[in-house]
Design a protein around this ligand. Structure first.
Ligand SMILES: Cc1cc2nc3c(=O)[nH]c(=O)nc-3n(C[C@H](O)[C@H](O)[C@H](O)COP(=O)(O)O)c2cc1C
Length: 176
């Protein structure tokens, strides 16, 4: 069983969560962690049974080029990522169907009551692509617009990774 964690991150918070999720997963399954702009979706998911996708919440949903440019403007030297998880999912072929999928995001704790979440938006696309959800979309919280992560979130992400690994393994065993 192999998992791949695909992530997008402008300020490093989602990257840290992605690494923690991968750490948790690695207790159960083989795992690769891939930054979203690094390669093409078809190569990223090759051989993966579980695809975990995460990114920052921008303007109540997944980032767009304009919101990534706005983020980059806040922190000189940060990358203007041409491709975020929205574009990555758009380019993911329908033949990824039949695998397990899970989504996560980071977002600001003080506006926790607001409905917008990149993870939920990504989850809708993942389902449309025919992946079977391994869990509900998960949010991890940052203190302010640029972070840092709230206390305990890295540990929570590691635990979620463990759970995902267990769920995906059990689901695959029950299918075979
Ligand atoms: C342009 C922009 C729009 C944002 N919109 C939201 C939002 O709608 N809701 C929210 O909770 N956080 C919002 N944020 C805060 C981001 O979620 C936060 O920057 C992100 O979690 C940090 O992740 P990263 O370090 O991986 O980039 C926004 C940030 C930026 C730069």
């Amino acid at each position: 069983m192999e998992a791949v964690v695909i992530y997008e991150s402008m300020f490093g918070n989602t990257a840290e969560i992605a690494r923690a999720v991968a750490e948790g997963l690695s207790e159960q399954v083989a795992v690769r962690t891939v930054e979203v702009s690094a390669t093409a979706p078809a190569d990223d998911v090759l051989g993966a049974d579980l695809i975990v996708v995460g990114g920052p919440t921008h303007a109540f949903g997944m980032s767009r080029l304009a919101s990534r440019e706005e983020a980059a403007g806040r922190r000189p030297g940060s990358p203007t990522v041409e491709r975020g998880i929205r574009e990555w999912l758009d380019a993911l072929a329908d033949d990824a169907s039949g695998r397990f999928g899970a989504t996560f995001d980071t977002r600001v704790k003080s506006v926790k009551h607001l409905p917008g979440s990149a993870a939920r938006a990504a989850d809708r696309v993942v389902r449309r692509r025919g992946l079977s959800p391994a869990d509900s979309p998960h949010s991890f919280y940052v203190e302010g617009m640029e972070g840092p992560l709230c206390p305990g979130e890295v540990e929570r992400a590691r635990e979620w990774g463990r759970e995902l690994g267990r769920t995906a393994l059990l689901a695959r065993q029950s299918l075979s």
